[in-house]
Design a protein around this ligand. Structure first.
Ligand SMILES: Cc1ncc(COP(=O)(O)O)c(C=O)c1O
Length: 385
């Protein structure tokens, strides 16, 4: 059979590393996982209990396409409780992870061939999903010189102009965050220039100074993408949400009906409960900070001096240009030699990422402690040889 051009997208390299780690594990090796952005903590007990009860008592049929009303209401209440923002539950769309939310957002906002700006380094799937939908992802270089933030002046330079932009704050892989003024300026620039603004807020709740600002604070004429995968520690439940302008709800509903029917019922029931567990989730943030500090200390002691100093999320992004210009082979070596899975920078930035790598400190403290010790020893040995 002929394979379509649109399916010829780059791999999500993190997942390839995870597979390589799984292959090692199947041979009996213990691998320490720092490749994947997956909290080491499970969903809270009351989420699990509701799911267990639902397995016994609920028929677990399809739900309505936009999500069960209790969950859409709970998400709306989340904006009232955490941001003091009024969000109409009718504008909340429940999705299979934020990943499902991107597909729906891109399909709803753009026509075939439209140019959409994505930050480089940035979350790789933005670029790859856009390509699979026959859209033109335009990489916009961001760097430590601009705090790894995409600014209006970066968009101004693009010729022809873009029809949309997607950013995340806190960002992946750098953890950098927009201040209130910076985000406001970017949103206002996009609105003045008819650029659809998509704000990936999946790492909200995981920040070490000020809380992250939602783009909804400045306008409701944009899309906010969020998920239960990170702050809510429910990665495998595959559930997220969008907040969209009122006129987009029905087109999204039609897309969901046809593409997905609905999001997993069990996950929707569990997700309602997650909003009762803020104390548990907030407790994890202090642990992420302790893990970040430990990892940062050990990596700098090992001679990695150019590392992003993140305000949020759970990643460190390191410049390894003094050590390699092939980050894929470099990370493969680390996996094979010390059984620590880490991600080459090419996932996030196809060009400059050949000389960078990302460490996730989302796993539990014991894993980060052991992995960072192994990494320190390995990098120090590299300096000596
Ligand atoms: C910035 C960002 N957005 C979205 C996702 C996808 O998350 P999910 O589909 O689990 O909601 C990730 C996963 O790592 C991410 O880092």
């Amino acid at each position: 059979m002929v394979i379509s051009q649109r399916s010829d997208v780059a791999a999500f390299v993190v997942m390839d590393v995870m597979q390589a780690a799984a292959d090692l594990e199947s041979q009996g090796h213990k691998v320490l996982h720092m490749e994947i952005g997956q909290p080491g903590t499970p969903a809270p007990d009351n989420v699990l209990n509701v799911a267990k009860e639902a397995l016994d008592t609920d028929k677990l049929g399809y739900t309505v396409a936009l999500g069960i009303p209790e969950l859409r209401q709970a998400i709306s209440q989340h904006y009232a409780d955490r941001y003091e923002l009024e969000v109409d539950p009718q504008c909340v769309v429940v999705t299979p992870g934020s990943s499902g939310g991107f597909i729906l957002s891109f399909l709803t906002c753009f026509e075939k061939g439209d140019r959409v700006a994505v930050p480089a380094p940035g979350y790789p799937c933005y670029r790859n999903i856009l390509k699979s939908l026959d859209l033109d992802a335009v990489d916009v270089e961001i760097s430590p010189d601009n705090d790894y933030l995409l600014m209006p002046c970066d968009l101004e330079k693009l010729d022809p102009p873009v029809k949309g932009v997607i950013v995340s704050s806190p960002g992946n892989p750098t953890g950098s965050m927009y201040s209130e003024e910076q985000l406001k300026e970017l949103v206002e620039y996009c609105q003045a220039n008819d650029i659809a603004f998509i704000s990936d807020e999946i790492y909200h709740g995981i920040s070490f100074g000020k809380p992250a600002v939602s783009a909804l604070q400045f306008s409701q004429d944009l899309i906010v993408v969020n998920s239960f995968s990170k702050y809510f520690t429910m990665t495998g439940w595959r559930i997220g949400w969008l907040v969209v302008p009122k006129e987009m709800v029905r087109p999204m509903e039609r897309l969901i009906q046809n593409l997905l029917i609905s999001t997993t019922t069990l996950s929707q029931l569990g997700a309602v409960e997650a909003f009762k567990c803020y104390d548990e989730f907030d407790g994890y943030v202090g642990q992420y900070k302790a893990k970040r500090d430990l990892l940062y200390k050990r990596l700098t002691e090992a001679g990695l001096n150019k590392i992003s100093s993140p305000d949020g999320a759970f990643y460190l992004y390191a410049d390894i240009s003094h050590l390699t210009d092939d980050s894929v082979a470099f990370c493969q070596r680390i996996l094979n030699e010390i059984h620590v899975a880490v991600t080459p920078g090419v996932d996030f930035d196809p060009v400059r990422g050949k000389q960078t790598m990302r460490f996730s400190y989302a796993a539990d403290m014991d894993t980060i402690d052991e992995a960072s010790k192994r990494l320190k020893t390995w990098f120090m040995a590299l300096k000596i040889t």
